[in-house]
Each structure stands twice: as C-alpha cells, then as structure tokens.
Write a protein that binds this ligand. Structure first.
Ligand SMILES: C[S@@+](CC[C@H](N)C(=O)[O-])C[C@H]1O[C@@H](n2cnc3c(N)ncnc32)[C@H](O)[C@@H]1O
Length: 251
C-alpha cells in the first residue's frame, strides 16, 4: 500500500523482502520437527501474523507449505484487501497493541489454534518506540515502550503460540537498555537452536542505515525462571538474498 514517508515511519511499515521471507520459511521448516514433537503433516499449523502489512511472510508460508491456513491482522484497513488478494485466508484490521483483551483483537480461529497448540506466529513487527502517551496500557503491562518488544511480550504471554518466528533488530537480544524486559520474557531461553539468522538492513529496500536484522524462532513454552542461556548461534547472511545459493536450491 502507498504510504507517506511520515506514516511509514510512524507505523514501521517497512515490508519484508520476499526472498528473506522465503529464507525464513526454510528455517521454520528446519526446526519445526524439534518443537515438542509437533508434526506439520499430522496436525496442520495455522500461521498468523499480527502485523501482517501486505502479507510477505504469510505469502511465503502459503507458497512453502501449499495451502496451509494463513491469518493476518494489521493496522491499515487498506492492507486487508491486499492480504486477501495474496490468498491470506483470514484477514482483518486490528491494532495489536490496543488495550482491548486479546480475544477482541485476534480472529477466533487463531485463538482456537493457540488453545490446540497448532499456532505458529510468523511476524515482522514495527521496530520503533511508541511515542509518549500511546499504548500506555501495554507499556505499563510489559515495562517497555518499544513496539517490537510489546508485540513479542503480548504474543508470548497472551496468545501463547507453539512457536513465535520473528524478524526484529538484533538489539532485542543484545541491547543493554532492555535487559530487564528480556529476562522477564525469558527470551534467550526460548530460542530454538537452528532457527536464527542475521542479515543486513541495507538489503531491505526502504530501510536507512546498515544494521543487523535478526530472524529468530522462540518457543511458546517458557524456560525456567531467570535467564540461563548466555549465548546463541546464528547464521549470518552477508550478501543480498538474490545471491544466496541456498534460495536458488530451494526453488
Ligand atoms: C515491518 S512491517 C511488516 C509487514 C509484514 N509483516 C512484512 O513482513 O512485510 C510492520 C507492519 O505492522 C503494521 N503495524 C504497525 N503497528 C501496528 C499495530 N499496532 N497493530 C497491527 N499492525 C501494526 C504496519 O502497518 C506494517 O504493515
């Protein structure tokens, strides 16, 4: 959807390049058999993106898994038609950070899939901080003003999917500012080994600067109290996605 530069910045509407979305699906496929014994073919997952935008991630899930159930909600009403046009089965407009209870935000079949341990959240939430006075309820609840962190907290604590697979800035794992939030979320302990990669923001059209963008898969099942894991292993993809042989081999 066409947005002014100001609106794009305000809502973090920088869409995932399709090739990176495809690579993300390669990582999801790689780790799913290890996720508590859930088997894709026996118990089909529902893929849900609560910041779906134009649906790059859900389109990649659909292409990869062929006809899986995809669901997306997003802030801009105009994006909903685009999601439907891309074959997203359940598409709607909602503000994921609003003070409404989660059941008033997320479509009922998505809530049902979460209850049945069949929900995978696949997302790339906005990266910026909420401006002063916005999302006060969520900020108080989760002790952060950063929108990515608010999305991650709400997904893990209120929606409780089997897996959360998310792009974000690398700082969600490495920042000094957000250590207390990270420990409260148990984020490091939730990381599923083999499900992480880093790429460069300069390979994302529209993003300014050159910073690392992380894709990581987090278990919906909390780890132990406190943070026990001190390090993780990630693949680093330095080149633009068009140059990756791994993607050529997938197609
Ligand atoms: C970084 S873009 C990613 C879009 C898509 N998931 C992708 O990967 O291309 C973030 C999207 O979240 C939407 N968004 C921003 N704030 C939101 C909110 N509070 N609730 C739901 N969607 C929101 C934006 O409109 C934008 O489409």
């Amino acid at each position: 959807m066409e947005l002014t530069a100001e609106r794009r910045k305000e809502t973090g509407a920088f869409y995932t390049p399709y090739r990176w979305a495809e690579l993300a699906m390669y990582y999801v496929e790689r780790i799913v058999p290890d996720c508590g014994g859930y088997r894709w073919r026996d118990r089909p997952f529902v893929f849900y993106d609560p910041a779906a935008g134009e649906g790059a991630l859900l389109a990649a899930a659909n292409d990869h898994y062929g006809g899986c159930l995809t669901a997306g909600t997003t802030l801009e009403a105009e994006d909903v038609a685009i999601l439907r046009g891309k074959g997203v089965v359940i598409a709607g407009q909602s503000d994921f950070l609003s003070d409404k209870p989660i059941r008033g935000i997320v479509p009922a079949p998505v809530m049902a899939a979460a209850m049945e341990s069949r929900l995978v959240v696949l997302t790339n939430p906005p990266f910026e901080d909420a401006p002063a006075g916005r999302y006060e309820g969520m900020r108080r609840r989760y002790g952060t003003a950063n929108k990515t962190e608010l999305f991650i907290s709400r997904i893990l604590h209120e929606l409780r999917p089997v897996l959360l697979c998310s792009f974000s800035k690398l700082g969600v794992l490495t920042g000094a500012r957000n250590g207390a939030w990270r420990r409260a979320t148990g984020l490091m302990d939730r990381i599923v080994p083999g499900g992480c990669f880093v790429c460069r923001s300069r390979t994302w059209p529209g993003l300014r600067g050159d910073f690392p963008i992380l894709f990581a898969c987090y278990s919906g099942i909390p780890g132990c109290e406190g943070e026990t894991r001190r390090s993780i292993t990630v693949d680093v993809w330095e080149r633009p996605p068009e140059e990756l042989t791994i993607l050529r081999e997938m197609n």
